[in-house]
Design a binder for this molecule. Structure first.
Ligand code: SF4
Length: 157
């Protein structure tokens, strides 16, 4: 099985209780593609809404309705991030919550390529968010993860 097959067979665990941050730039892209602000919750940070069943509002028929323009953290998954002491810390989710993790760990070249894309996307998001939004996002605990890398933010921004 490859990356895409694993994702499509999983049933969207990462889209359950997901509240991917939406930067102004991403909001513009979504709106240009017919996804209006009614799909976005404008709280302490902008994020996609959840439906009553707990899934992301854009999760439909077992997959993402906006795969090609999905938010940065969705592209980066199962890699996630934190910022501490001027460093961007990258984490990977535990195998128990994402079946892709086992595949990535067993395929070093794919893992490295995905880590590169995830880092680029996360940096893109960080640059687009205002400080207040970023602060709120960094408060979100992600206990089912392990750290894989840290990079000085100076090198990235
Ligand atoms: S935007 Fe797509 S990939 Fe991201 S949580 Fe929503 S349905 Fe899932």
């Amino acid at each position: 099985m490859d990356f895409i097959e694993i994702c499509s067979k999983c049933g969207g665990k990462c889209c359950f209780e997901a509240r991917p941050p939406i930067s102004n730039k991403r909001l513009k892209i979504l709106m240009e593609n017919g996804i209006g602000p009614e799909f976005v919750e404008f709280g302490k940070y902008k994020h996609l809404k959840l439906r009553n069943d707990g899934y992301c509002v854009l999760f439909e028929n077992g997959k993402c309705k906006i795969h090609k323009i999905k938010p940065e953290t969705c592209v980066a998954g199962p890699i996630t991030f934190d910022i501490k002491g001027g460093k961007l810390e990258l984490y990977i989710k535990k195998e128990t919550i994402c079946p892709l993790v086992k595949f990535l760990k067993e395929n070093e070249a794919v893992f490295r390529e995905h880590l590169k894309i995830a880092t680029e996307k996360i940096v893109e998001l960080i640059k687009e968010l205002d400080n207040g939004e970023l602060e709120e996002i960094l408060k979100i605990e992600e206990p089912e993860t392990e750290k894989i890398l840290e990079i000085s933010l100076k090198e990235l921004l």
